[in-house]
Ligand binder design. Structure first.
Ligand code: SF4
Length: 328
């Protein structure tokens, strides 16, 4: 373990100023990812700025019917919150499908969004990895890539984003509240994470030192009829082999509106806009859901070991939407 300094700021402005001033500082929240990466030598911060005591740990109902989730709300508390369970079942289910109970008790909302890829080559400092060390290559591209991307990847990086929660929030049109040196601002969650392009080390659109302070989820007639389906190698806890967040609003059997997002297929949560467009205004059936998934997945480029993800996501899409339509 390398030595590092530790500081606990008293407010958001102090935390942001510290990150701004110290180039090798990092925010510490639940530590469920960062501490592991420090042990592996993947991340080597010289200063940890512990944000867990900042007053960011509440879930508030908003006047417009939405909800504001503080960045340090623990994943287990969020999954159990009565408003989340009742109004946003896709979010509660995604959280409960993620990690173990012990990890959910520690992991925070902001940290969950910013967790790093679980690409095994990223976590092994003896392997080439453009994300860890830009310009060194991507050992995964022609290595073991079963768990990696089928959509939106580049020859520079084929990693996937590991969060389940972020996939649900992408389907719910959530907005992220951020503080940086210029003050507060909001970023649509769909614009928070990047596809890798030729800069895989740059995972989000956040400027250096920005702190996520909350996530806003708008009220929506869709959200109450929403669900999350995740396929994984073991039922107890594991990262997704593929996942689908879906929300559906029907008028009779006709799709009035729909939201679909895919997980474990790309460098970011993958909002399935083309699938949604295929479904809107048409009479729902499982066959139509499969057709919509095919339209979205037409852009998929499987790697050597992960072609199974395409039919997997197709089947999960059909299963999730058919459940919501009452046509399982
Ligand atoms: Fe690194 Fe991305 Fe390649 Fe994995 S896929 S080795 S994270 S560059």
């Amino acid at each position: 373990m390398r030595p590092f300094r530790y500081h606990r700021p008293t407010d958001v402005a102090e935390a942001v100023a510290l990150l701004d001033r110290e180039p090798d500082a990092a925010y510490l929240a639940g530590g469920t990812n960062l501490v592991d990466l420090m042990k592996l030598g993947v991340q080597r911060p010289g200063l940890l700025v512990d944000v867990t005591r900042l007053p960011l740990d509440t879930v508030e109902a908003l006047p417009d019917g939405g909800v504001r989730i503080g960045a340090t709300v623990r994943n287990s508390d969020l999954a159990a919150h009565p408003v989340i369970r009742r109004e946003y079942p896709v979010l509660a289910r995604a959280l409960l499908a993620a990690a173990s109970g012990q990890l959910r008790n520690m992991a925070t909302t902001g940290g969950n969004l910013l967790q790093r890829t679980r690409c095994p080559y990223f976590q092994d400092v003896s392997k080439a990895c453009n994300k860890r060390e830009p310009g060194t290559g991507c050992a995964a591209l022609h290595g073991q890539n079963r768990d990696l991307a089928v959509l939106g990847w580049s020859e520079h990086c084929v990693a996937t984003h590991p969060s389940d929660m972020a996939v649900a929030l992408a389907a719910l049109d959530a907005v992220v509240e951020v503080h940086d040196r210029n003050g507060p601002r909001q970023i649509p969650l769909a614009e928070l994470h990047r596809i890798p392009g030729d800069r895989p080390e740059q995972e989000t659109t956040l400027p250096r030192g920005a702190l996520i302070t909350a996530v806003r989820v708008p009220a929506s007639p869709l959200a109450r009829r929403s669900t999350y389906h995740k396929a994984r190698d073991r039922a107890s806890f594991a990262f997704a082999a593929g996942s689908v967040a879906a929300a559906l609003d029907l008028a009779g059997d006709v799709v009035r509106d729909v939201r679909i997002a895919y997980g474990a297929v790309a460098h970011r949560p993958w909002r399935a806009y083309r699938a949604e467009e295929t479904l809107r205004g048409r009479t729902f059936s499982p066959d139509l859901a499969a057709q919509a998934a095919d339209v979205e997945l037409d852009a998929a480029r499987p790697l050597r070991h992960n072609a199974f993800k395409v039919p997997l996501i197709r089947n999960l899409t059909v299963r999730a939407l058919a459940e919501l339509a009452g046509q399982p």
